[in-house]
Design a protein around this ligand. Sequence first.
Ligand code: PLP
Length: 379
Amino acid sequence: MKKNYLDDIQDTLLLGAGPSGVAPSTYRAISTNIIGHLDPYFIEIMEQIKSGLRELMGTQNEVTVPLSGTGSSGMEAAFVNTVERGDKVLILENGVFGNRMEDVASRLGAVVTKEEFEWGTPVRPERVRELLAQDHYKIVAIVHAETSTGVRNPVEEIGQIVHDAGSLYLVDAVTSLGGIPVEVDKWHADICYSGTQKCLSCPPGAAPITFSPAAMEVVANRSCKVPNWYLDMNMLTKYWGGSKRVYHHTAPISMMFALYQAIYNIQAEGLENVYARHMRVHKRLVAGLEKLGLKMLVEPQYRLPELNTVLIPEGIDEAKLRAQLLDKYHIEVSGGLGALAGKVIRIGLMGYNATDENVDRLLAAMKEIMADMAASSAA
Ligand SMILES: *Cc1c(COP(=O)(O)O)cnc(C)c1O
């Protein structure tokens, strides 16, 4: 018999930067039998997903849909629909995903100003105020939860400034949605997108996105067509909205079942309870790490509960630590990116996996590995 590689997949506890763990109910949802993508019952499920996403994202925006693609397709859609050649875009960067935004926007011919803030620290609203007093930008973009550093950016305060300046406000909420409050309308965010495999605890494959009426007006009144057929919101809204559905592309039905279930699970637990759980397990983790003598990269008030960046002291090989966690304990955590590579590990406590038991299991494993490493370096 030909070997089936799926038979040997390990049951890994996913405590990295994503993908996160998937609830059994969501695994079951994926294996639900497929129905047609224009079947009235599927359309009803689409409506349920749209209204669920509005609740999770804190918005009344009519245009609130899941895109067929991972979180990065949300980023692509956000820019490709709104940017035209020569448009001025301000990107507030304090990590890898801010840099990805710069790449995406500049490929579209935007004139990008990237304002850099030190990694591990938040974007400073006073600086944004200064920049917007000096120049007008069509779009100001920021990452709410910077997964590369574990920083929570003050998106609400900055949103007020951007709104007052009359720019479109574009917010990446890939790692925040389902982990910490996302309040699109309160923040004056015009475009906000997320992904399914972070705190929504779904497999990777869809990107919830929302456009304010002002943003949709910009999309509708472009001087040229959206230069990407697949992510053109003018066309996608005809498939996802209205009473008469027009075929655009076939929705990934099983992925939509999974997303439906993931939203259902969050609503059943209650949004506030979900946020409180993330905060509780985060505090438990930090207390345990400090007991092991480890320190966090980010100041307490800017920390993301769902993404914990831990400084690894000289003398401990972080790659070895992560390899042992995976090989011996079947736990995945993530390494550092960019300038933080080799200096930190990133521990995700996202969605279904954000539990006290998982924190304790990780801490016990880290304690054993670190004791072993100390003993072997002393020998
Ligand atoms: C993971 C992530 C993305 C990209 O999502 P993919 O699903 O990997 O395409 C974008 N922004 C942030 C902040 C992320 O954490």
